[in-house]
Ligand binder design. Structure first.
Ligand code: SAH
Length: 301
């Protein structure tokens, strides 16, 4: 991956269409990402056709030879009827799934953290943490103010004491990955969007953090543990709906970091804290966005 030709405007793409029972889509997507596919699309859970995209500078027969044994192994395990099929077509335009790459550049999100597109070299003068990222269509490149505010809040709240984090709505996985780099002992990252979870998984792997970050589609209400930091960068309506649950997952003495909130909504969110006898510790702002940090009183049991 990362060949310079991928940025060429006249680049052509190879579209791989694989028809296979959706039960195998996750395993197949991981395999295709590892092979260098830059985008993967399925129409829906019941749809058998999975499409994957590669820059058109590769030998089709070689690609076929790499994929066929994997499909054969899946076939041996699952005995699909009909068997999976694989076909190729060349397409001229970038499919939307890969178009973000043109706009995604390295970004210093905090003085201690550089987000680097997967296909860029680490700059020689880079210091601090580097997260390698291919966000795909998932939210969380570090460009958005709310993401930056959450990352900064994490830096502010994590010290020398052991800590754990629940990342609600992980998107690209950016906050969870940073938690791993900042030394969290346990990180659970959830999202309701399977596509986001796929990208978060890929980004965890890119950074060698697959083992450190636990990714799940578990609804927040059904999580049954507590964390020293719970971070949720969601829309206000979701924050309102989940507030009690988010707080219940925050350890006594821990912090709830909330963003996705507009500047003029921050007062309302801190009033939610007042109602639950927690304490709004701090509100930070960037542009029209805000991040509210809520402290849950007490000591960890
Ligand atoms: N944490 C990342 C991404 C935030 S975007 C960042 O800070 O940049 C918000 C994400 O939350 C999306 O991926 C969306 O799918 C997810 N989401 C929305 N509602 C959710 C819910 N109730 N539970 C879990 N994830 C949710």
């Amino acid at each position: 991956m990362g060949a310079p030709s991928q940025h060429h405007p006249s680049l052509q793409w190879l579209e791989l269409s694989i028809t296979i029972d959706p039960v195998a889509h996750d395993a197949l997507s991981s395999f295709l990402f590892d092979m260098g596919c830059t985008g993967i699309a399925t129409q829906g859970e019941a749809d058998e056709c999975l499409k994957a995209y590669l820059p058109f500078n590769e030998n089709i027969e070689e690609i076929r030879e790499r994929i066929a044994p994997f499909l054969k192994t899946l076939q041996q395990i699952f005995s699909f009827d009909p068997s999976p099929t694989l076909s190729f077509s060349k397409i001229a335009d970038q499919p939307w799934h890969v178009a973000w790459r043109r706009f995604f550049r390295p970004i210093t999100v905090t003085p201690h953290l550089l987000i680097l597109p997967e296909w860029e070299q680490i700059p020689s003068d880079a210091s601090g943490h580097v997260i390698r990222m291919d966000p795909g269509p998932a939210f969380g490149t570090g460009y958005h103010e709310t993401t930056r505010l959450c990352l900064e809040a994490m830096e502010q709240l994590t010290g020398n004491r052991p800590w754990t984090m629940l990342d609600v709505g992980t998107g690209s996985g950016i906050l969870a990955l940073y938690a791993a780099m900042l030394g969290a002992d346990r990180i659970l990252a959830v999202d309701i969007d399977p596509e986001a979870l796929r990208w978060a998984k890929r980004n965890a792997r890119l950074n060698g953090l697959s083992k450190a970050v636990e990714l799940a589609s578990t609804p927040v209400e059904l999580i049954n543990s507590q964390f020293s930091i719970v971070c949720a960068n969601l829309m206000l309506s979701e924050i309102k709906r989940l507030f009690t649950s988010l707080l219940s997952h925050t350890e006594p003495g821990g912090w709830l970091i909330l963003s996705g909130i507009l500047r003029d909504q921050a007062g309302f969110v801190s009033s939610l804290a007042d109602k639950t006898h927690t304490h709004c510790g701090d509100i930070s702002y960037e542009g029209e966005w805000a991040c509210v940090m809520i402290h849950k009183p007490g000591e960890k049991a």
